[in-house]
Design a protein around this ligand. Structure first.
Ligand code: GDP
Length: 616
């Protein structure tokens, strides 16, 4: 292994060996793997134009750059692989049922309701829930915990169906983006009076991408202008063909408001599940599931709604969920009733965690508290590093000056606080995915902080330090936070509707864009004569051919179809002896182009102005 002088330091060079590093690794981590002195790597990076310290988390580009320079193949381990390796080191795996086929028992389908805004998702989820109202009356008060289960009699058997009751595809996508597939069936709600709309298609795309069967609920059939046949016909274009038209998708006409045919929808869900899916899980193993919602409850501490996917979760179990851990102190169902154990597909509210997990985080039961704590600690350290690496602005000696001088970097920093982690993540996910189209190189958006709970002083301080806008979703400032924000002029915005937040941020981003101008032609005039005017120069006697000629507008001179002079201005404009501000098509006028005198008969003067282009 040679040791060439790289900027005067000795660094062992590789010969293409693979160096595996976690996200957010530091130069020290790199140095460890190749037996080098971390300080030497700092120097190498400096010579490559980047100032980083040995222990700071760097992003993947930097690791790759360093690898290429030193002739190593850098592989940044994906978060999923990292987590798998972490669990393996404790002899654990997430996601697969233990045992053989015989150990698997049928489990209820888990359903997510998606569709265009206002098509009735929320109302439908309410209506479905109330089909079980008789049953509920025996229990406590209905609680919104992020999911609920209903029971239906189907072919003389009592069957359960689990509904995730965060409607909308943001939550679905955010979970899927984190590798958590919780949904077995998607109910696509389409209002019969409105038909297929953009978010209908988006929802459909998400469901199809996730390979999840769809049941279409054609809603609002109580309305006079309802046209359920049209919905069926529209959706055939997207590959959803109704059974009655020879396809294999069930379309069910319902009215969430008038409670029509909700049973039919539930039946269709079960039929679709039985026909298309083999939903089974092993109930007799340590429980595993997904946290679908979590928040900090003033009285009860962190609470998380967990959808058990396999095994049976019991009070007293040691669990780890994302970077939260603890022992299940109590479990409640969606009626607020205590439960001792929860099997596959059952959503329960879990109390006893030490912190609030994220929506989409996996939950595992482990042998003892100590293991849960170790896994949680390792995950949070890793997450911290990865975030540091992602949020740190790369300072490149080469580019910094240029970027600042050119003003080409425009970045909107955001801090998102929300009442439940599901909404924070859904919002973050939606915001970072705002489609900026052609402008994505000019502006960017970065979420530099996020969390569940009230907006606190920390959030405001972070906003001050990084010039960020704070977004409060269903939360308000606590303590002195509001006061400080006011005093320091921090922009804090409150929303209760995700779409509104997205729209405003999108508008803000587009407002940050530098205006772009486009040329708008005003008029053309043909030169008929050229007059010499003492002390003024040549003036063109013209006939306005198209549009209007305006004084002070920009002009160019065209001769035989070729632009002979650009960047001119109509400095004087006369109608006979009088000054005019504009002269319209068909009239004659005298045009002076300032000091530009090379005007010939038959030239064409084109005038135009620059207008700011609206950003689309
Ligand atoms: P979401 O945005 O998809 O969750 O839609 P909502 O459930 O909030 O419903 C939007 C509006 O449509 C509300 O005013 C509902 O009362 C109304 N709505 C929902 N379902 C029906 C229905 O079956 N019939 C009628 N007439 N109105 C409905």
């Amino acid at each position: 292994m040679s040791a060439p002088a790289l900027g005067g330091v000795q660094v062992p060079r590789g010969s293409g060996e693979v160096v595996r590093l976690p996200r957010g690794a530091s130069l020290s981590d790199f140095a460890d793997r190749i037996n080098a002195n971390p300080a030497a790597l700092v120097t190498v990076m400096f010579h490559l134009g980047e100032m980083v310290t040995a222990t700071q988390s760097v992003n993947e580009d930097t690791l790759q750059l360093l690898g290429a320079e030193l002739n190593y193949t850098v592989q940044v381990v994906s978060p999923e692989d990292e987590d798998r390796e972490l669990l393996e080191s404790f002899d654990l795996t997430f996601g697969a049922d233990e045992g053989e086929d015989d150990n698997l028992v049928a489990r209820p389908p888990v359903v997510t309701v998606m569709g265009h805004v206002d098509h009735g998702k929320t109302r439908l989820l309410d209506a479905i829930r109330h089909t079980n109202v008789m049953r509920d009356e025996a229990g406590g008060i209905t609680q919104h915990i992020g999911a609920y289960q209903v029971h239906v009699e189907h072919e003389d058997i009592d069957r359960a169906i689990t509904f995730i009751d965060t409607p909308g595809h943001e939550a679905f996508t955010a979970m899927r983006a984190r590798g958590a597939s919780t949904t077995d069936i998607v109910v696509l709600v389409v209002a019969a009076d409105d038909g297929v709309m953009p978010q209908t298609i988006e929802a459909l795309n998400h469901a199809q991408a996730a390979d999840v069967p769809i049941v279409v609920a054609v809603n609002k059939i109580d309305k006079e202008d309802a046209n359920p046949a049209k919905v069926r016909q529209q959706l055939t274009e997207y590959g959803l063909v109704a059974e009655e038209y020879g396809g294999d998708t069930m379309f069910i006409d319902v009215s969430a408001r008038s409670n029509i045919n909700i049973d039919g929808l539930l039946e269709a869900i079960l039929l679709t599940a039985d026909a298309a899916l083999d939903l089974r899980a092993n109930p007799d193993q340590d429980a595993q599931g997904i946290a679908i919602e979590a928040h900090l409850d003033r009285g009860r501490g962190p609470v998380a709604t967990v959808l058990v996917q396999r095994g049976t979760l019991r009070v007293g179990d040691s669990v780890v969920a994302g970077d939260a851990f603890g022992r299940v102190r109590a479990m409640l169902d969606d009626n607020g009733e205590p439960v001792d154990e929860a099997g596959p597909s059952r959503p329960v509210l879990v109390l006893g965690l030490t912190s609030v997990p994220g929506a989409g985080d996996s939950l595992l039961v482990v042998e003892e508290d100590r293991i849960a704590r170790q896994i949680a600690d390792r995950r949070s350290a890793r997450e911290r590093n990865a975030q540091l690496a992602a949020t740190r602005r790369r300072i490149s000696l080469d580019d910094l000056d240029k970027a600042l001088a050119a003003g080409s970097v425009e970045q909107l920093n955001l801090i998102i606080k929300g009442d439940v982690s599901g909404s924070v993540e859904a919002l973050e996910d939606a915001l970072v995915n705002i489609d900026l189209g052609d402008y994505k190189d000019e502006v960017s958006l970065r979420v530099i902080g996020r969390g569940v709970g009230a907006i606190n002083e920390n959030d405001i301080n972070l906003a001050i330090a990084s010039d960020a806008v704070v977004i409060g979703f269903n939360v308000r400032p606590a303590g002195k936070a509001g006061e400080i924000a006011n005093r320091e002029g921090v922009d804090v915005r409150y929303y209760t509707v995700i779409y509104q937040a997205i729209d405003e941020v999108e508008a803000a981003l587009k407002g940050m864009l530098k205006p772009e101008y486009e040329e708008v032609q005003l008029g053309t005039a043909e030169v008929r004569e050229v007059f010499r005017v003492p002390r003024i120069g040549n003036v063109a006697g013209c006939l306005v051919r198209t549009g209007t000629i305006r004084r002070n507008s920009k002009a160019r001179l065209v001769r035989d179809g070729v632009v002979v002079a650009d960047n001119l201005t109509v400095e004087s404009l006369r109608r006979f002896k009088d000054d005019a501000t504009e002269v319209r098509e068909g009239f004659e006028c005298g045009v002076g182009l300032g000091s530009y005198n090379d005007i010939k008969i038959d030239d064409v003067i084109e005038t135009f102005e620059l207008r700011e282009k609206p950003r689309g």
